[in-house]
Design a protein around this ligand. Structure first.
Ligand code: NAD
Length: 489
């Protein structure tokens, strides 16, 4: 078992059940917690991808021939292994992603929940059959696609890969997973644990790298489907490139989530929910609150938000952002907003954590009097920053939400069911919260946004993923008694 917390790690690809390292180019993996190098990640090329695809193709023959009830057995054991190793896995996520321990643990717990959905698939995926006319039956069976790929972002090194791994494999596919080059450590441990759980060699493969390997995945003729999660800019590139080479593709992109706050909202609950949504995981969640649209008089809630956020201690209550570059980018957004006339109520710039002076910390930041035309109101900031836009009524607030190019999540805080319903019906987002700051649908409900937050059909988790990872075989049978008699005589 590797001990990543005490020594530097050479990240390896995992191909055909074996760790390999044949790359000539490596990138440093830096821990956001203290800015130290914790490992090196290989930048793989097309030849390495070919090896992984060949291993996956070979494994597909016997893996797809098993019944779904046989395949889930591996994930019953794997789920137990995740639970048994939760502390070590959470430490790994914390180390490479810069999260607090509690946030990292919540992410691994979510990976466990995703496995629980996957092991229930035999109860859900049943073939359809009907006698459509006397003696004639139609049946539809869900068949695996073959070799599939999954590409993930930096902000959830464990959870996001688990959106795809258990379901795709249980449904009979074999897989190539490409983690973010910024956080490649967790998946090495996932590979080890899947092997320990009894997953046959070649069913699950990890190929590390960046842009080049993603392009190779999109172009590879033997990969049938590509699932992508990351920024909208790259989601568009991947969706266009993968579908251009005639693959099935689902590409989840970035977000700019609006929380609409009405004056009748419960003060304590709303303030703590909004602050937790914008500052949790240092704002690096595609479900993070980025804009609070205050309707009419909400100063009492804003004051409480500032008080709650001021008590959050960087390095303890809020983790680090992923890189030095990200810290600079976030701070520049705050500075530009101030220059353009917004008012900084709480300023997280220039945050330094004692003993971790080289870590990449930004404190919770609340910016008031932002207008919809400002860059900070439109672009994804991906840091613990919330912009407040003030509107006179709910329809104006909904209009502000609707102008966003994104559409991952939106939420409303109110005690009025009728007003909440207006937001539920009119917000242009795939996931809506009522008095909930991070409205992530829990299993078995599907996860996915609208507009430029997602390209492709369906959602990435839940029942929706069954359609993505399978193809329907339609069979029509006619057992005509007269025909049989003729043949037998
Ligand atoms: P990113 O788009 O920079 O990278 C995602 C993946 O694409 C990585 O594996 C990376 O190696 C690869 N990549 C980067 N540039 C590429 C290029 N030019 N061509 C091909 N591949 C490329 O995203 P990130 O910074 O790692 O993650 C943060 C983003 O992900 C945010 O925008 C966030 O909102 C989004 N995200 C969305 C969801 C969702 O459910 N919609 C979930 C998590 C994160």
């Amino acid at each position: 078992m590797m001990n990543v917390l005490q020594e530097q790690l050479e990240v390896k690809n995992f191909i055909g059940g074996v760790f390999h390292n044949e790359s000539s180019e490596f990138l440093s993996v830096i821990s956001p917690l203290d800015g130290k190098e914790i490992g090196k990640v290989p930048m793989s090329d097309g030849k390495i991808l070919d090896k992984a695809v060949n291993a996956a193709k070979k494994a597909f023959v016997s893996w797809s021939a098993k019944t779904i009830k046989e395949r889930v057995q591996v994930f019953f054991r794997y789920r137990s292994l995740l639970e048994a190793h939760i502390e070590e896995l959470s430490d790994l996520v914390r180390l490479e992603g810069g999260k607090t321990y509690q946030e990292a643990k919540a992410e691994v717990e979510k990976a466990i929940e995703l496995c629980e959905f996957a092991v229930s698939l035999p109860q859900i995926v049943q073939h359809e059959i009907q006698e459509v006319s006397r003696g004639v039956e139609c049946r539809v069976e869900k068949k695996p696609l073959g070799v599939v790929a999954s590409i993930s972002p930096f902000n959830f090194p464990s959870m996001v890969p688990h959106w795809t791994i258990p379901n795709a494999i249980v449904l009979g596919n074999t897989m190539i997973v490409k983690p973010s080059e910024k956080v490649p450590l967790s998946l090495m441990r996932v590979a080890e644990l899947l092997k320990e759980a009894g997953l046959p060699d070649g069913v699950f493969n990890v190929v590390n790298g960046g842009k080049e390997i993603v392009e190779e995945i999109c172009d590879h003729p033997a990969i049938e489907a590509v699932s992508f999660v990351g920024s909208t800019t790259v989601a568009k590139i991947v969706y266009q490139r993968a579908t251009n080479s005639l693959k099935r593709c689902l590409a989840l992109g970035g977000a700019k989530n609006h929380l609409i706050v009405l004056p009748d909202a419960d003060v304590e609950m709303t303030a703590s929910n909004v602050v937790a949504s914008m500052s949790g995981c240092a704002g690096q969640r595609c479900m993070a609150a980025s804009v609070m649209v205050g309707v009419d008089q909400v100063d009492h809630i804003i004051n409480k938000m500032v008080a709650v956020a001021r008590d959050i201690i960087p390095g303890d209550g809020v983790g680090a952002v992923i890189s030095e570059e990200a810290k600079k980018r976030i701070e520049t957004y705050i500075t530009n907003a101030e220059k353009n006339g917004a008012k900084i109520l709480l300023d997280g710039r220039n945050t330094i954590v004692k003993g971790k002076e080289k870590g990449f910390y930004v404190g919770p930041t609340i910016i008031d009097y932002v207008t919809p035309d400002m860059e900070i109101a439109k672009e994804e900031i991906f840091g613990p920053v919330i912009s407040i836009i003030r509107t006179n009524d709910l329809q104006e607030a909904i209009k502000v939400e609707n102008t966003s190019n994104y559409g991952n999540a939106a939420a409303v805080f109110t005690q009025s069911g009728a007003l909440a319903k207006e937001v539920m019906e009119q917000a242009s987002a795939g996931m809506i919260g009522v008095n909930i700051g991070v409205p992530v649908p829990r299993e078995p409900f599907p996860f996915g946004g609208w507009n430029e937050s997602k390209f492709g059909v369906g959602d990435i988790t839940g029942r929706s993923s069954i359609e993505f990872w399978t193809k329907n075989k339609k069979t029509t049978t006619k057992w005509h008694k007269q025909a049989q008699v003729n043949w037998m005589s």
